[in-house]
Design a protein around this ligand. Structure first.
Ligand code: UD1
Ligand code: MG
Length: 463
């Protein structure tokens, strides 16, 4: 039985110049999860005994992300200067103990790598083994060099390729397995005499006795990410798989290729997503709920059978069973819509509890509100919750009716079953079952409009 340990070394010290971004490359996200997290997750599930991530450029940020996600489960080694992938591995070697006899080495910019591919590599017993892929356009990848008998005897970086080598379509995705004694020897022997003046990890292939063992694997799971185009291609692969898995589980989608679902979202079978829907953050959509076209939900929980109509934007909110929202409404953080509640079109909500069966149907703003059950809030109602310094609360009792175009100046309470007449500015509490009316008394002046019209007409006609 094999008792010695295995380690994974993930290379993540590079700057990622081609991203043209201040953010370290491995912190760019796919489905809202960082590139490094995708690689570490796959590596953890491969069964290696420990993981070392080599950090350098943007080290503090990368380490913070690793600590946040993995705590003590991932160690880091520091590569002070980015002198190449071979030098990056060199930085990790002092952290590897004697009980460890082999190392998986994985480029940190290979976010689609799966645990299964790593496991099959780990089954190979050789000084050095690597994954290879065949690709239509090998641009940017190191090319695999084989001898007459088919053994892998080298990897040539594109910038060092001859014309004929450049035409080779078998490439190096940057995933290797090496025995530790071999790795220590080979890394010590690397030189930087090449087109980029870097210590290439790929040069260790030429040092393996009898060449390296190889395992071919489809490129669509090994795409390297160096620029925004490659990032989007890799994300597209993940997104397509995510959507397909959800549809297999019973989630209906219209125009699925336009739907975005982040890595941390949960969508139950029996839910329905319209075209151009984006589910971001940790959004949860329960069975029977329907999210219609163009809606964007961030960290929202949509309970069973709720209906989010088109072009709703919502954040950090809970939408109750059978509730209806939109079209064209904006739910800001801490909105909680009770069972069967309704927010209609062109409404904005913020930090508001809407009780069971209550309705805010048209063009209203409700912020810092506690609205009871069975309440009707008329068109154009505004909760005046901010006095320039503080946010104040508006409380509305069960069964109350707020007439259209009313303003409720917080802090204020409207009692249960109370009635606020249209156009009222409520500045004092309204008792249960009372009527509040605060508007100027209407006066009708007979014939006034006709007289005004005649005067205007004669002014227009005089020279
Ligand atoms: C590398 C390989 C190439 C392979 C390709 C696959 C080498 C020399 N070339 O090229 O054969 O086809 O990946 O995508 O290995 N890094 C460090 N420290 C450094 C330099 C890089 O940690 O000093 C890390 C980067 O953060 C990155 C990874 O190593 O995650 C690969 O580096 P990158 O510069 O992207 O290499 P490629 O040019 O893509
Ligand atoms: Mg790369």
């Amino acid at each position: 039985m094999h008792t010695a340990k295995s380690v994974a070394i993930i290379l993540a010290a590079g700057q990622g110049k081609r991203m043209r971004s201040a953010r370290p490359k491995v912190l760019h996200e796919l489905l809202e999860r960082s590139m490094i997290a995708w690689v570490v997750d796959a590596t953890r599930s491969s069964g290696v005994d420990e993981i070392i991530v080599v950090v350098g450029h943007g080290r503090d940020e990368v380490e913070a992300e690793l600590r946040r996600l993995y705590g003590e489960h991932v160690r880091t080694a520091v590569q002070q200067k980015q002198l190449g992938t071979g030098d990056a591995v060199r930085a990790a070697l002092p952290l590897i103990g004697d009980e460890t006899d082999r190392a998986l080495i994985i480029n940190g910019d290979c976010p689609l790598i799966e645990a299964e591919a790593l496991r099959s590599l780990l089954e190979i017993r050789a000084e050095l083994a690597l994954l290879t892929s065949t690709i239509d356009n090998p641009h940017g990848y190191g090319r695999i060099l084989r001898d007459a008998s088919g053994r892998v005897v080298g990897i040539r970086e594109e910038k060092d390729c001859s014309e004929s080598e450049r035409a080779i379509s078998e490439v190096n995705p940057g995933v290797y397995l090496a025995s530790i004694p071999f790795l220590r020897r080979a890394i010590a022997a690397l030189s930087n005499e090449n087109a980029q003046g870097e210590y290439y990890l790929t040069d260790i292939v030429g040092m393996a006795e009898g060449g390296a063992a190889s395992l071919s694997h489809p490129i669509d799971r090994l795409l390297g990410v160096n620029d925004p185009l490659e990032l989007s291609r890799a994300e597209t692969v993940l997104l397509r798989e995510r959507r397909e898995r959800l549809m297999r589980e019973g989630v209906k989608m219209r125009l699925p290729e336009t739907v975005f679902v982040s890595a941390e979202c949960e969508v139950e079978g029996g839910a329905e997503l319209g075209a151009n829907v984006e589910l971001r953050g940790r959004t949860i959509v329960r069975s029977g709920a329907k999210i219609d076209s163009g809606s964007i939900l961030l960290d929202v929980e949509v309970l069973a059978d709720a209906y989010i109509k088109p072009y709703t934007v919502a954040e950090k909110s809970v939408i109750g069973e059978r509730a209806e929202i939109g079209p064209f409404s904006h739910l800001r953080p801490e909105t909680e819509i009770g069972e069967g509640g309704k927010i209609g079109n062109f409404c904005e909500t913020k930090k508001t509890l809407l009780g069971k069966g209550s309705k805010v149907n048209h063009l209203s703003y409700v912020g810092d509100g506690e609205i009871g059950e069975g309440v009707n809030i008329g068109a154009g109602t505004i909760f005046c919750n901010y006095d320039g310094a503080r946010k104040q609360t508006t409380v509305i009792g069960d069964g109350a009716f707020i007439g259209s175009d009313s303003q409720l100046v917080a802090p204020v309470r409207v009692g249960k079953g109370a009635y606020v007449a249209s156009g009222t500015t409520v500045t004092r509490d309204v008792p249960d079952d009372a009527l509040a009316i605060a508007r100027a008394k209407q006066e009708n002046r007979e014939g006034f409009a006709a007289r005004l019209r005649r005067r205007n007409d004669s002014a227009k006609n005089s020279p």
